[in-house]
Design a protein around this ligand. Structure first.
Ligand SMILES: Cc1cc2nc3c(=O)[nH]c(=O)nc-3n(C[C@H](O)[C@H](O)[C@H](O)COP(=O)(O)OP(=O)(O)OC[C@H]3O[C@@H](n4cnc5c(N)ncnc54)[C@H](O)[C@@H]3O)c2cc1C
Length: 459
């Protein structure tokens, strides 16, 4: 026991240097990305998975740009590539038939927004408004030699291919290896960071919570939306406080310090939710007993009444299935093997991977994917015309609502640097932050989300 306490103390002490968010990012995939360019880890000998028929599409009227994934990244690129180079014949392939955004979904739980806010956006309208084709299908294979991408509805020939499938969960990294527990966790205590049906389940949990312990975990690594688990903890706590429930939110954080906007979240925890939020740093999950409703960390075990278990993340498994994964020396999160400035697969200027499957140490956020999408659209337009383009950094502008009654938010706005000598992204640059919660920030948060929807779905 003494040994355990000492070790925990040591971990906390030794990690204070890592506490600042830029440092967290700079020590993640950034450092790994500094390694020399290596060829994509193609699944040697893996057969090309295909339906062996072509998808019914009008004849291409220009270079065909196929985009896999209609999330923040894919939707932005589809619209802006067409704007940047109208000759592109753009086809967006998305496996969902209905859109609902991940970003801003935490706001639904305490009733700040309704479901329509997240979901009243149509893939069909987006395609119509920006003159591209939307196909409701799932990408299942890729043959780079013949420039053919396969979907469950048929194959498509491409001149340029963008793959933007987002993320998958990695339960093994939180010590959950057996498939029964993985499935039970995914279905009963979902992380709420990928799929809209997870949001519906968490919404139901929050609305039905009658008291007791609600556990929210925060994984290590460059997980999707750094502030979102802390934001969610605040918003669930605000419901507990508002409804005068005898309950608390226990935040089990794998990190030694809150990974972003730490002063703003600490202030909310201490000033708004004393006795309601319990934050445990350096508490990485090492296993979960679903039947006993118990989360194990290296040092302690925690019983819960309800929970949202956010495991580690990795690039969507599609990236691995297509053989596009970076070697472990470049990404320890199974992300894509791309040029960190121009997004093309190493050794193939016809295939690009964007959004949260990228290996760069950018905050995996909607604003990052959207601003990056504007830039990638220009890269594609330039490459289609045989031109060069200068790298520009994405922008991470990220709001977090820390109170629902009234709606008060904090925010950070940052760019990133590039070190040509190391060919590496160097972390936060030109950062502005407002850790003082306010209703004005809360109102701007909602406007920001509307702006993002407009940018992806309107003409
Ligand atoms: C709870 C939560 C809160 C968040 N809060 C914020 C916030 O406040 N601010 C912010 O900026 N960001 C926030 N984010 C993060 C933001 O939503 C993501 O970082 C961003 O959407 C990533 O964009 P993407 O296009 O890479 O991935 P996604 O938006 O996940 O899109 C990937 C798309 O690819 C599709 N797809 C996957 N595989 C296939 C396949 N084989 N074939 C066809 N289609 C496929 C998926 O269906 C999906 O539509 C939040 C996320 C969550 C979950």
């Amino acid at each position: 026991m003494t040994h355990e306490i000492d070790r925990r103390h040591f971990l906390k002490m030794s990690s204070t240097v890592l506490a600042a968010a830029p440092a967290v990012l700079a020590t993640g995939p950034a450092a790994l990305a500094a390694g020399a360019a290596q060829p994509a880890s193609d699944k040697q000998g893996a057969p090309f998975v295909s339906t062996h028929r072509m998808l019914d599409l009008p004849k291409a009227r220009g270079p065909r740009l196929v985009i896999i994934g209609g999330g923040t990244s894919g939707l932005t690129i589809a619209k802006y590539a067409k704007k940047a180079y109208p000759k592109f014949d753009v086809v967006l392939v998305e496996k969902r038939c209905m859109y609902s955004s991940c970003f801003a979904s935490n706001l639904w739980y305490p009733g700040i927004i309704d479901l329509e806010f997240l979901a009243d956006h149509s893939f069909l309208d987006a395609a119509h408004n920006s003159d591209y084709i939307y196909v409701n299908a799932t990408c299942i294979g890729l043959d780079r030699a013949s420039r053919t991408v396969a979907t469950n509805e048929g194959d498509i020939k491409y001149d340029f291919l963008v793959i933007a499938p987002g993320i998958s969960y990695d339960y093994d990294k939180i010590g959950v290896h057996d498939i029964d527990t993985k499935v039970a966790l995914r279905q009963t205590y979902p992380g709420g960071f990928i799929c809209p049906t997870e949001h519906v389940t968490i919404h139901r949990k929050v609305r039905q919570f009658e008291g007791g312990v609600f556990i929210q975990t925060v994984p290590s690594g460059n997980y999707r939306c750094l502030p979102a688990p802390y934001e969610r903890a605040c918003l669930i706590a605000s419901v507990i406080k508002h409804n005068k429930l005898k309950g608390k939110v226990v935040v089990l954080d794998a990190n030694p310090e809150i990974t972003i906007k730490a002063p703003g979240f600490h202030a909310a925890f201490d000033e708004l939710y004393k006795g309601i939020i319990e934050w445990h740093p350096t508490s990485a999950v090492t296993g979960v007993d679903v039947a006993q409703r118990t989360v194990h960390t290296e040092f302690d075990s925690y019983k819960f009444d309800d929970a949202a278990i956010y495991p580690n993340i990795r690039a969507a498994t599609l990236i691995e299935e297509l053989g596009l994964m970076a070697p472990p020396t470049k990404s320890n999160q199974k992300e894509a093997n791309i040029d960190i400035r121009f997004y093309n697969l190493i050794g193939d200027e016809h295939v690009y991977v964007t959004g949260d499957s990228r290996p760069m140490p950018y905050s995996k956020s909607g604003n990052t994917s959207n601003s990056e999408g504007h830039y990638v659209a220009k890269v594609l337009a330039a490459r289609a015309q045989g031109k060069d383009i200068t790298w520009t950094s994405p922008q991470t502008l990220c709001y977090s609502m820390v109170d629902a009654f009234p709606k008060q938010a904090i925010w950070v706005d940052t760019y990133y640097g590039y070190d040509a000598t190391k060919d590496a992204i160097t972390g936060f640059k030109d950062t502005k932050v407002d850790n003082t919660r306010s209703e004005a920030n809360g109102a701007t948060y909602l406007e920001w989300a509307h702006g993002l929807y407009r940018d992806m779905f309107k003409a």
